[in-house]
Design a binder for this molecule. Sequence first.
Ligand code: USQ
Length: 394
Amino acid sequence: MRVFIAGIDGYLGWPLALYLSARGHEVAGADLLLRREWVAEVGGDSALPIASRAERLEAFRGTRGFALDFRVGDLTDYAFVKGFFEEFQPEAVIHLGQMPSAPYSMMDQAHCVWTQRNNVINNLNILWAIKEVVPEAHLIKLGTMGEYGTPAVDIPEGFFEVEFRGRQDRLPFPRQAGSWYHQSKVHDSHNTQFASKIWGARATDIMQGVVFGTRIPEMGDDWRMRTRLDFDQCFGTAINRFCCQAVIGHPLTLFGLGKQKRGFLPLADSMRCLGLAVENAPAAGEYRVFNQFENAYSISELACLVRDVAAEIGLAVEIKRYDNPRTEMEEHYYNPDRQHLLDLGYEPTRDISLVVKEMLLDLCDNRGRIEAHAELLIPDIRWDASRKRSEVIG
Ligand code: USQ
């Protein structure tokens, strides 16, 4: 199948290009290389060395024997998106090309507005380019489990049956996002569902949990085929940060009580799930929602997992609680469904401690890169838009 990846240079986009092309799909993609700029803007760097676009393309051609069509371009520029679709004629479009960080979007007015403008406009451009150029194509839109927030009831996959004043309907499940970034994804979900309703677009909206991991098998041994791994307060996600902290002997930074629960999944599971979505398209006009995660865990459970796995390889790790820079519930009910992907054949990774071990070993070889930016491990971006470094509270 011809698959277009928007955001092909990112943490997920690059491995997805490798994964799908190894499965025989013809892949093309676009990226403005902004993730590299955002991480530099907040003073960070990838914990793992990351190849330039040119090095990646050279490595791809060398190991696969054919070229990858990966262009630098702005998804908020409609002429660019439409022109690329006219040439490539995608049958599936996977949209990962957005600003993905909650803290970055909470920094100030400029970062909030930029995030929403970029994310909402580029999703609209992709919807319009599908409508005008390839109306049969299937859009797989990366949303986030964070769109739902943490309600005190079970979380279904997008829709639920409601009875209200004696009448019943199947309605979208409420979205109660926790950051300006997550709000941008809520807007995208509404716009994507609307496009399905009025134009008959086929769409899968992926409510993905927090991804962790350094590798997928399709990367092979060439370092240029590897993906990035961020650990700064904006672009480093919880387990990835904990593993980076563990290898340099920095305490693991639990925010608040540490009892917040989220859905998590290894990088390899994310690839498998996105592959299943691509290979099982919905009908024309169908807008479906997949909750995509391996399992739900509390943050402190995961910190303990990282500590215990680190101990197996001789690393002594402490866990500390820091005052929470975010406004979020720190203890709550959390029970989201994830049946749709299981029905399509998703087999979640059985033992995530093996993934954590692999990460720790990869990171041990790159300690110096983390130590050089260790000050970025303590957050100072607060949800109330003030700036103050978090302090240890327990
Ligand atoms: N947390 C800590 N310590 C840390 C980092 C995070 O306790 O050092 C806590 C946070 O307070 C939060 C939880 O861990 O309760 C998750 O935080 P995160 O930074 O790992 O993830 P989040 O900000 O939710 O965003 C990430 C990705 C985003 C994606 C989202 C999926 O950056 O692109 O949409 O995960 S989800 O969380 O399901 O919304």
